[in-house]
Ligand binder design. Structure first.
Ligand SMILES: Cc1ncc(COP(=O)(O)O)c(C=O)c1O
Length: 518
């Protein structure tokens, strides 16, 4: 029996019992646990976290000392129905590795307190780690970044506009770039003007600004389950209640979405209709229309994250939700990170007028605007027609790498492993037979110099052994060379085979598991 979202970082400076106590407090604060709830028996929680039972006992004792929990005499431990009488003191031996920093521990806000921060930072470090063979993260190959051409674009912009690009620019962004983006979206069927486009520092900032526009602490967001960890982090930091709706191979399930809309009355729905991260699912047009109709019926805004737009290398483009909806109820997020270069940190949000005004206000609060010189360089790059040949090249390359990865998987993975064949994007999604744990595989693979993203980390309701998705993983093909793909997949195949022969398993499950959790 686990506590949703609670995982332990064994490398953390914070003692494990303290991580557990902090995690229970955090879960109570953001609604994963409710006051009055019974906590799991210490033996069960210890088993699910793979820690000593005494460690859990120590965590419960600590919480009991502050009045956060009560009733520890054989009949179970319950969260107190009132807020705790005293705050939990700072961890005794917590601090930075050099022994400094303890004095800060009582100063932090709830957003950055507790073990969640270590977990978040280690996930991002892993995504960008420059070690061994990495199928983790989701980004373009460095070799494919257009350094030379972009340098020329920046120089041309500076030559024309000089010091103006070194001053503050308009908060909403460089006007010519906003117009170019609106024209491109219009070409794809959207009704949008440059005046409704806000330039952001990547889609990540777009997510934060849009979520902040609609969510107060305790409000509810509906997301596909599993979904992008960066979106879950923003929702967590805003103290929103996140409701995950299961998917099938066509994306979020409309029947369960409707049930969630009725039950939770959310403030927004966050969706990635194309090459969903992490499952790679693509919503067909009919499903997109169905989902939109539900959102409109229940009066709930939709946030469409089109992070891998333009990275389709097979099949026909499907209209975005924004295009299908004529931009009335959908706020669209785009980015140049995946199709061009993440380092320029340019993304955009397209929104109805009234939403747009609020987004600009939050953007001003957040950072006073995205770098004018980078936006101007990007605009020159686009105006010179450089994106089209670049996309042609990267699509061909990614298709090739996807095929290599599929071939290697067919060769080296046992027959009962299932995976997707995405028609675009940067990665594929793998399901191991039940009984095999991707967390364990991760530790063993890392020792052999191979990294990937564990599937459980993308789920709303829990991480660690036995959690939803603990037999899934995401493998990115875009940033590994053909040789690395073959060697890395062979290494994973060997490890899976050796675990396969040791573990009890039932095998042969469908790739997308739809578990009603509402
Ligand atoms: C689904 C999804 N949305 C948004 C982002 C944020 O990307 P960026 O801020 O680089 O545009 C990512 C990055 O991996 C992503 O996978």
């Amino acid at each position: 029996m686990a506590i949703p979202g609670l995982i332990i970082d064994v490398d953390s400076e914070v003692p494990v019992y303290r991580q557990i106590a902090d995690g229970i407090q955090a879960a109570t604060a953001d609604g994963r646990l409710s006051r009055g709830d019974r906590l799991p028996p210490t033996r069960d929680l210890a088993r699910s976290l793979q820690v000593n039972r005494n460690t859990v006992v120590a965590a419960y004792d600590l919480l009991a000392a502050t009045g956060f929990v009560h009733g520890r005499t054989g009949r179970g431990t319950y969260l107190a129905s009132e807020p705790a009488a005293r705050d939990l003191p700072a961890p005794a031996n917590a601090g930075t590795a050099d022994g400094h920093g303890e004095e800060w521990f009582s100063a932090f806000s709830q957003t950055v307190d507790g073990p969640g921060v270590d977990r978040l930072l280690s996930a991002y470090q892993l995504a960008t780690a420059d070690e061994g063979i990495s199928f983790a993260g989701s980004y373009p190959d460095r070799e494919l970044l257009p350094a030379g051409v972009f340098l020329k674009s920046i120089k041309a912009a500076m030559k024309e506009e000089g010091a103006a690009l070194l001053a503050y620019g308009p908060t909403a962004g460089y006007p010519a770039l906003r117009n170019t983006l609106a024209e491109e979206m219009t070409r794809k069927g959207s009704e949008i003007r440059g005046s409704q486009i806000l330039i952001t520092n990547g889609a990540q900032q777009g997510l934060e600004l849009v979520f902040r526009t609609f969510l107060d602490p305790g409000d509810t967001a509906i997301v596909e389950d599993p979904t992008y960890t960066g979106a879950l982090s923003v929702l967590g930091s805003l103290r929103a209640k996140t409701v995950g709706v299961p998917m099938d191979e066509q994306g979020i399930r409309p029947d369960l979405l409707e049930a969630a809309l009725i039950r939770h009355r959310p403030q927004l729905i966050y969706l990635q209709p194309t090459f969903q991260n992490p499952t790679t699912a693509v919503m067909p047009e009919s499903r997109r229309r169905e989902v939109l109709a539900l959102a409109i019926r229940y009066g709930c805004p939709v946030v469409e994250d089109d992070w891998a737009g333009d990275l389709r290398f097979e099949g026909k483009e499907i209209p975005t939700l924004h295009a299908l909806d004529h931009g009335r109820h959908v706020i669209y997020l785009g980015t140049f990170s995946k199709k061009l270069m993440p380092g320029v940190r340019v993304g955009w949000a397209a929104a109805p007028k009234e939403v747009f005004r609020r987004l600009v206000a939050l953007k001003q609060i957040s950072d006073c605007g995205t770098s004018p010189i980078l936006q101007a360089g990007l605009q020159r790059y686009l105006a010179a027609g450089c994106l089209r040949p670049h996309l042609k090249r990267v699509r061909a390359e990614y298709r090739n790498r996807r095929d290599l990865m599929l071939e290697s998987m067919s060769r080296y993975f046992p027959g009962k492993v299932r995976w997707t064949t995405p028609p675009g994007g940067l990665f594929l999604w793998v399901r191991l037979p039940k009984g095999l744990d991707s967390g364990e595989l991760f530790v063993a693979a890392r020792r052999k110099g191979v990294l990937f993203s564990r599937g459980d980390l993308f789920h709303v309701d829990g991480q660690g052994p036995g959690a939803t998705g603990s037999n899934t993983l995401r493998l990115t093909y875009s940033s590994a060379s053909p040789e690395q793909i073959d060697l890395g997949i062979r290494t994973l195949g060997d490890l899976i085979r050796s675990r396969w022969s040791e573990s009890p398993h039932d095998g042969g499950e469908p790739l997308v598991e739809a578990v009603p959790i509402l």
